[in-house]
Design a protein around this ligand. Structure first.
Ligand code: ADP
Length: 425
């Protein structure tokens, strides 16, 4: 299980969102400055100058040629209507009466000025920022936008790099919590994240040592117990009290099984000790299930229509199915429905699911369920027998096959164990 923060909760996404908001605010501020302050200021300044200019020009009664020459030089177009006729330097000019109605143009738009000519006619002067000037004004926000985009893009890359150790660490923690003790997070920086990575790797190393020591201790104790156990079995023959002899034989047999299972657990470590051959999984499960037909609450195996083949160690897989099935039956309640077993193939893998209607397993115990000697309720388990090795052996066997075993509680009650194995090609 690889836990990644939801996109909305990721620190990286939040930082990028903050940057984008800042960039957008900056852009809005600059645009507002241009449109609301600098624009009107420029308009007023241009109006003042051009107004002054046209009032100086009009009394000299410029004719069409003069107006044309002015248009070429100064971005000022002229229209005349009066006793000397009617002409315009540009077809796009409105009549003076219409220009009066429209008032002044916008920033960057056309500004109209209407004055009377000395001969009683009317001049309309139109001033328009040249294309060149307008482009220059548009260039400012465009360049700004480009710069902001470039800065955001660069900061995005920088943040990705800066937060890379956090992502690597989070992957490492996820792997560790999935039980992978071989995880090593690469150190990518010399800052606080680098120190954190080192501390994490050291911690994983120590956890690994502790687990190794625990396993070695279990193995040593199991080995050491073998000889005294054999001696006890011999000595038992000398016991004359039949009752005591029966009880002691049962106790010794239990210890024998426990030690055998502990040694088996060790043999299976790192996928060792498995001998596989092509097997029909459906037939294997059906075979194990038959032994539980008579036991309450009963077992129901919904067999698939066709056989499913996989390369497995048949004896060991039988142990897995038996351990899981034994638990399902053992922990069922007096009013529980029969245990349901299914086997199915999903593409490249085969799943065996055992679902019971028992009391379920507290969620807080789920992570420890497959640890040796773990039992949910020790007093309950004592009554039901068992010492918490069944599931750890099942897990080792399945992992040695390159598969996985998962557990989940069912609604309204009960537990289901799902074993997944790769199928034969
Ligand atoms: P045990 O020999 O005690 O059954 P296991 O390793 O097989 O040991 O199981 C570990 C513990 O998990 C059990 O002691 C029991 O508390 C719990 N458990 C396993 N399977 C089930 C199940 N089907 N329903 C409820 N609890 C279960």
């Amino acid at each position: 299980m690889n836990e990644r923060a939801a996109p909305g909760r990721s620190v990286f996404v939040k930082l990028v969102a903050i940057m984008l908001t800042m960039a957008a605010s900056l852009l809005a501020l600059v645009s507002a400055f241009f449109v609301l302050y600098l624009g009107p200021l420029m308009n007023a300044s241009i109006d003042g100058v051009v107004h002054e200019y046209v009032h100086t020009i009009a009394p000299s009664s410029p004719n069409y040629e003069r107006a044309k020459e002015m248009a070429a030089r100064l971005d000022v177009e002229t229209r005349y209507e009066g006793p000397a006729g009617a002409w315009a330097t540009s077809d796009a000019l409105p009549k003076p009466a219409d220009a009066r109605r429209h008032g002044r143009g916008m920033f960057g738009g056309r500004h109209y000025f209407v004055t009377s000519a000395p001969d009683g006619g009317t001049y309309l002067f139109a001033f328009e920022l040249s294309e060149r000037m307008r482009t220059a004004h548009l260039l400012v926000p465009a360049v700004l936008l480009f710069l902001v985009a470039a800065v955001v893009f660069a900061a995005h890359g920088f943040l990705r790099r800066l937060l890379l150790p956090v992502r690597l660490l989070s992957d490492g923690v996820a792997k560790l919590s999935d039980g992978n003790l071989d995880v090593v997070v690469p150190r990518r920086s010399g800052d606080e994240f680098g120190a954190l990575t080192d501390a994490f790797n050291r911690m994983v190393g120590r956890v690994k040592d502790m687990v190794r020591t625990r396993d070695q201790l279990l193995l040593d104790v199991s080995h050491e117990l073998r000889s005294p156990l054999t001696r006890l079995k011999v000595a038992l023959e000398l016991v004359t009290d039949r009752d005591m002899k029966t009880r002691m034989t049962a106790d010794l047999a239990e210890m024998d099984v426990m030690i055998g299972e502990l040694l088996e657990l060790e043999r299976l470590r790192d996928g060792r000790g498995i001998v596989t051959a092509r097997q029909n999984i459906v037939a294997l499960v059906a075979d194990v299930t038959r032994n539980y037909d008579e036991r309450a609450p009963g077992v129901r195996f919904s067999q698939p229509a066709s056989a499913i083949f996989a390369d497995v160690d048949a004896e060991r897989l039988r142990i897995v199915v038996r351990n899981v099935l034994e638990n399902a039956v053992k922990y069922s309640l007096p009013d529980s429905r029969p245990v349901e077993i299914t086997a199915s193939q999903n593409g490249e893998s085969v799943s065996i699911r055992v679902a019971d209607d028992g009391p379920g397993i507290p969620e807080r115990d789920m992570p420890n369920l497959f640890e040796p000697f773990f039992r949910v309720d020790r007093s309950r388990s004592r009554k039901t027998g068992g010492y918490g090795l069944g599931l750890s052996i099942a897990k080792r066997i399945i992992e040695a096959h390159g598969g996985s075993i998962a557990v989940e509680n069912r609604l309204p009650r009960g537990t289901s164990f799902t074993v997944t194995l790769p199928v034969s090609p």
